[in-house]
Design a protein around this ligand. Structure first.
Ligand code: DGL
Length: 260
């Protein structure tokens, strides 16, 4: 089956990376909107237009499902895309429910982009889970630029995160939920800064499980590297330096996978 993964940039590779391991026999298209990244600091109208353009391209590729591997695009545009197209569209949802179910009564910090933390979608999720008292939101938009520059654990990254998280009293928090797919690249730096009892949770397995459920695919065990075609804003990536850049991200994700 041909499956599309879409993100503003290379954050969605973290969801693709998870899917490639569970579904090694499928065919993947990865669309990074490199011309327009970052989305998280733009207006909602701009993001809606970018997502609309990406969907026009992806739905013309004969794919069976589209994973919006971007919390920001999900927050702004997934509803409109579902109204417009009938194929399965799987969005990202911050793993807030998992955090609250695993650590009842403990607070959760959800980190995401500026658009996501101020959006209706996250507000509705918090309300649905009756988690107003237990949830705090934090925009860490600059991590997107660091990730796009392949800058994962420099002193600047660490200083930025220390400064942004310095106001949080983590004593009553069980976990940090990564509500932006670009944040998966920083698990080691976050692990260095967060107290050991604070777990780092991402939404990747929830999204891929939902993809499997919606497509009726069977997870398979294999070391095979599946067929993946990469696109930057609709242009096929064939340049060896760019393909090497993407490999660097996938290797980084291998390293980050075990960190929680
Ligand atoms: N990867 C994205 C997300 O999950 C968006 C980052 C951005 O472009 O600002 O929210």
């Amino acid at each position: 089956m041909k499956l599309a993964f879409f993100d503003s940039g290379i954050g969605g590779l973290s969801v693709l990376h998870h899917a490639m391991k569970l579904l090694p026999n499928e065919e993947f298209i990865f669309f990074a909107d490199e011309d327009n990244v970052p989305y998280g600091t733009k207006s909602r109208a701009e993001v809606l237009k970018f997502v609309d353009d990406a969907f026009k391209f992806l739905t013309a590729q004969n794919v069976s499902a589209i994973v919006v591997a971007c919390n920001t695009a999900t927050s702004v545009a997934v509803r409109d895309m579902r109204k417009k197209y009938s194929l399965p569209i799987i969005g990202m949802e911050p793993a807030l429910k998992v955090a609250l179910d695993t650590f009842p009564g403990k607070k959760v910090l959800v980190a995401a982009t500026a658009i996501t933390v101020t959006g209706e979608k996250i507000r509705r999720l918090i309300e649905r889970l009756h988690a107003q008292e237990l949830t705090e939101l934090k925009a860490l938009s600059e991590l997107v630029d660091f990730a796009e520059r392949c800058e994962f654990n420099s002193a600047d990254v660490e200083n930025y995160l220390r400064a942004e998280l310095s106001g949080v009293d983590f004593k009553n928090f069980s976990s940090l939920v990564l509500g932006c797919t670009h944040f998966n690249y920083f698990k080691d730096t976050l692990r260095k800064i967060l107290p050991p009892h604070v777990k780092i949770l991402d939404g990747n397995s929830g999204t891929v499980n939902e993809l499997i459920r919606r497509t009726n695919l069977q997870p398979a065990r294999s070391k095979k590297f599946p067929d993946v075609k990469f696109f930057y804003s609709g242009r096929r990536v064939t340049d060896s330096a760019e393909l090497e850049r993407l490999e660097t991200f996938l290797r980084r994700l291998d390293e980050m996978e075990a960190l929680t």
